[in-house]
Write a protein that binds this ligand. Structure first.
Ligand code: ADP
Ligand code: MG
Ligand code: MG
Length: 899
């Protein structure tokens, strides 16, 4: 029989799949002997069963009874007992933390009778009634789906009536009255009374957590974070401890290191006499953890000790939720903490220094995505900037955009192509959709652990929070700060690294990390100037990349078509060019020449002249690139796209000719247009992607490939004469059959021999082809006889493997396909391992069966995608090739794949 319920004593941190992250870590802390309130976890499997059948599995109820009784016996109290009630929290917790996705219900077990018992037992009537009103409020909102504003408005109304500001000023009598109002709200909204039976409260809470897995918010978050939709969530039932039992009680959140900058040291916020989400919600302004040392040194020291224990145990930055009940410390949650990209690199490096982890382990702690974020530009400190206010630097980055005060506005602005800054008093899970589209988030309330801060860091978005000087007037839709007023749509700039907010648009400059990547460590440190954190970050990135370079097996090349791209890529550490496209070499002034090549008759004098004129131009292009790439391989792909792309548009030309004829015009221009129109019609294809392109074009248009090959080989010969070491490689696109490759190869070898003779030197120029058609992958065994190398063109391989054209489908049904789970991520972004990936695997295996040491690479967007890089490593490719700015990402990920 499946076991649906685990006591905290029964689990451990390895059981995240079954117990969720929160449950597994509560169990682990229990095992470590830390003060965790007793409780148990209902498994994700129970949730999956519920979601599949639409009802709670029957066995669950009996297992819950067993687990609950065990806890009751341990504590000597009964759930909701009228005299001495045991209360519990019902907490969701999936395998991956999903901040704010699924709400926790506290104080379950209170009812009209047990609230009196709690009051008597605790000797604190106010506390008991405050707990009860919180239960009705949370239960009403999360379990019964009642609009939360009804409760908070009623609370505000009461405060206004009494002329008090804070919740803490409400007396027991006031709270009793509030409970009556809240119960009335429940009755009116649901048609039934607030449930008085403690066990019914518990069961309803569990079911609500199960259900919440499928809310829209949860879906949005999972899509964004690529979390599968079928995991389900666990539910944790945990004995309540009370942070709202007077001034010696409190609740807080802390980190073992700064999750924002990565500085070592203790970071956190707490509030005395508060419960649950009070800290995160930004309702009252929190105190820094350091203040606890003066308030209660014993608790502070114990907490510091536990933080150290957890960090040593998890060997990583941990975040912690704790509660103090009348001077006794309780641990409510821990996990390996989310952190910014900068913190990830700096903490990994610190942990190596502290000998807690090895360099290989450290590599696993940083990602290519994080490195990308560090390469984003920053604000120019020399620019003219008007500082509006300075607040909490919650999530780094430089964001410029137009103010939006709510989701709907943020979404419509962003759909109109406007960058958005979402400005809110505080954020809550409802704001997620707006946060997703915003460049940056600015809030007036809340600290580094507030909802806005946590979610923004998780998304890698710039966030400044707790800007108390902001006054947001939602009815006027305006924002005033230090006497200045801004309307929705006005521009502001946020610096999430310093917490500064600027008026209007501030110019941005390269980040020192980018300077380091392009120009080296010394230049990077210089760019960091006297910003010690930044300098430390640059050193940490350097350390990780150096280690990645040392351990990786995959070489990293770049896709580059121009000298500028090539220089940039070399700076980023590219070890060769894996794809040099040659199409642009026919554009601009050369268009007229290529038009003549296309229009002239085969074998005509005119055509030969046009080709002869193109050779020196292309030779010069190749020479420039080869010179920059000296000593490093450069794969040149022969012309690939359909030729009609070099001719005028069919419809436009048809109209032009028709209009001229209707006007009765004659003359040479019209005749030329008509000739052109005939050619364009002849070449028109209804499916150009599957038409006359690649090697097919090369074979159909004799001399075209030859011209490119000659230009390349001559460029190499001339450079060699000049004492350089050019290493060109000729790559034939869209090959499907060995015969195609044979024909091109013969021609190429002939040209190479001619040029070698003419210059009296030897050139070693490999000739290979792309594998971008399923047929090529399937016959790689044959093709390998004629190829010195293969490069998997995974863009086209994805198009031809799936049978859809990228330009047509991405904006069309891909959204639907992702929603419906046909794919989790676009197969153009990350390689489809289970389908197109098999073609790559098969191609590799077959190619090596013919030529064991054949060089195998991949070009196309996937070469710079972290997931795909790991796949290509496993497949045994020799190199990946990606766009210049992805090169550092590929280096890092290739290293991570190897450890
Ligand atoms: P989240 O996933 O949003 O962090 P939690 O389940 O951790 O949700 O609950 C949120 C907060 O509620 C906790 O940080 C803690 O302050 C409070 N809480 C949860 N369970 C208990 C409990 N048993 N006793 C006291 N407070 C609790
Ligand atoms: Mg929450
Ligand atoms: Mg929590």
């Amino acid at each position: 029989m499946t076991k649906f319920v685990y006591n905290f004593h029964e689990g451990d941190k390895s059981m995240k799949d079954l117990l969720g992250g929160k449950g597994a870590n509560l169990a682990e802390m229990t095992r470590l002997g830390l003060p965790v309130p007793p409780g148990f976890t209902i498994t994700t499997e129970a949730c999956r069963t519920y979601l599949a059948h639409g009802e709670v599995p029957e066995e669950l109820a009996t297992e819950v009874t067993g687990a609950l009784r065990a806890v009751e016996d341990e504590l000597g109290r009964r759930l909701g007992d009228p005299e001495n009630p045991l209360l519990v929290s019902v907490r969701s917790g999936a395998k991956f933390s999903m901040p704010g996705m699924m709400e926790t219900v506290l104080n379950v077990g209170l009812n009209d009778k047990s609230v009196e018992g709690l009051a008597r037992k605790s000797g604190d009537e106010r506390f008991a009634w405050d707990s009860y009103r919180r239960l009705i409020q949370m239960f009403g909102k999360t379990v019964l789906d009642i609009d939360g504003d009804l409760f908070s408005d009623a609370l505000d109304e009461m405060k206004a009536k009494l002329g008090v500001k804070g919740d803490l000023e409400l007396t027991a009598e006031n709270l009793k009255e509030l409970v009556v109002v809240f119960k009335q709200i429940v009755l009116e909204a649901t048609g039934r009374d607030f449930p008085q039976d403690p066990r019914e409260q518990l069961d309803m809470g569990v079911e609500a957590v199960f259900r919440s897995w499928n809310t829209e918010r949860a879906h949005i978050y999972r899509r964004r974070e690529r979390i599968p939709h079928d995991l389900g969530t666990a539910v944790n039932i945990c004995t309540m401890v009370f942070g709202n039992m007077g001034d010696e009680s409190g609740t807080g959140v802390c980190f073992t290191r700064d999750p924002s900058s990565g500085d070592s040291g203790v970071y956190g916020d707490y509030l005395m006499n508060a419960q649950g989400e009070d800290v995160v919600a930004g309702i009252r302004n929190t105190l820094p953890l350091s203040a606890l040392e003066t308030h209660n040194k014993a608790v502070y020291d114990e907490l510091r000790g536990i933080m150290r224990t957890l960090e040593t145990h998890y060997k990583d930055l941990c975040d912690i939720e704790f509660t103090i009940e009348q001077g006794k410390l309780w641990m409510l949650q821990t996990r390996v903490g989310k952190r910014t990209a900068a913190a990830a690199f700096r903490v990994a490096s610190q942990l190596i220094d502290e000998k807690l982890i090895t360099k290989n382990e450290a590599l696993e702690r940083v990602t290519g995505e994080q490195l990308t974020q560090l390469m984003f530009p920053q604000f120019d400190t020399d620019a003219n900037r008007e500082l509006l206010t300075r607040a909490m630097a919650a999530s780094p980055g430089a964001a410029v955009g137009k103010i939006a005060f709510d989701n709907a506005t943020a979404i419509s602005m962003s759909e109109a192509g406007e960058p958005v800054i979402l400005v809110r008093r505080e954020t809550n899970p409802e704001d997620l959709a707006g946060m997703v589209v915003a460049e940056g988030i600015l809030t007036a309330r809340g600290g580094k652990t507030s909802h806005a801060a946590v979610v923004a860091r998780g998304m890698g978005k710039t966030c400044v929070c707790g800007a108390e000087e902001l006054e947001i007037d939602m009815s006027a839709r305006s924002l005033s700060v230090n006497g200045k007023v801004f309307k929705e749509g006005d521009e502001i700039s946020l610096d999430g690294t310093t917490g500064e907010v600027f008026e209007g648009r501030v110019e941005v400059v390269d980040s020192p990390v980018t300077t380091y990547l392009v120009e080296g460590l010394e230049a990077g440190l210089k760019a960091a100037a006297d910003d010690e954190d930044m300098a430390d970050l640059v050193r940490s990135v350097d350390r990780m990349l150096k280690h990645a370079d040392k351990v990786r097996r995959l070489r990293v090349r770049t896709n580059a078509d121009t000298p500028e791209d090539t220089e940039r890529a070399l700076g980023y550490g590219a070890e060769g060019i894996g794809l040099c496209r040659t199409e642009h070499m026919f554009l601009g002034e050369r268009r007229a020449l290529i038009e003549r090549v296309i229009l002239a008759e085969h074998g005509s004098q005119e055509r030969q002249e046009a080709m002869d004129a193109l050779i020196p131009l292309q030779k010069n292009d190749f020479k420039q690139m080869l010179e920059i790439m000296d000593d490093k391989p450069m794969t040149v792909r022969l012309i690939d796209p359909p030729l009609h792309e070099f001719l005028p548009d069919l419809t436009e030309l048809e109209v032009k000719v028709a209009v001229a004829e209707a006007k009765g015009e004659t003359g040479p221009q019209l005749e030329a247009d008509k000739t052109m129109l005939t050619a364009v019609r002849r070449m028109h294809e209804s499916n150009p992607m599957l038409g006359l392109r690649g090697v097919r074009l090369g074979l159909s248009m004799p001399g075209l490939f030859a011209l490119q090959i000659r230009a390349l080989v001559e460029a190499a010969a001339e450079l060699k004469e000049a004492g350089k070491n050019p290493l060109p490689e000729v790559m034939v696109p869209l090959v499907g059959s060995i015969r195609e490759l044979q024909i091109v190869r013969e021609e190429a070898e002939h040209i190479i021999a001619e040029v070698e003779d003419a210059h009296g030197l030897k050139l070693d120029i490999p000739i290979g082809c792309m594998i971008e058609l399923p047929r090529a992958a399937l016959t790689a065994e044959d093709l390998a006889h004629e190829a010195d190398f293969f490069s998997f063109g995974t863009n086209d391989l994805t198009q031809t493997g799936w049978g859809f054209s990228r330009d047509d489908v991405e904006g069309s049904f891909f959204g639907l396909y992702m929603d419906e789970g046909v794919f989790g991520v676009s197969p153009f972004e990350s390689i489809d391992k289970h389908g197109v990936g098999l073609l790559v695997e098969m191609g590799v295996e077959k190619a090596r069966s013919t030529k064991p040491d054949i060089k195998l690479g991949v070009c196309g967007e996937h070469g710079g995608d972290p997931e795909s890089v790991h796949f290509f490593h496993k497949t045994g490719l020799s190199y990946v090739s990606c766009s210049p700015f992805r090169v550092p990402v590929a280096r890092l990920e290739a290293g991570r794949a190897a450890v």
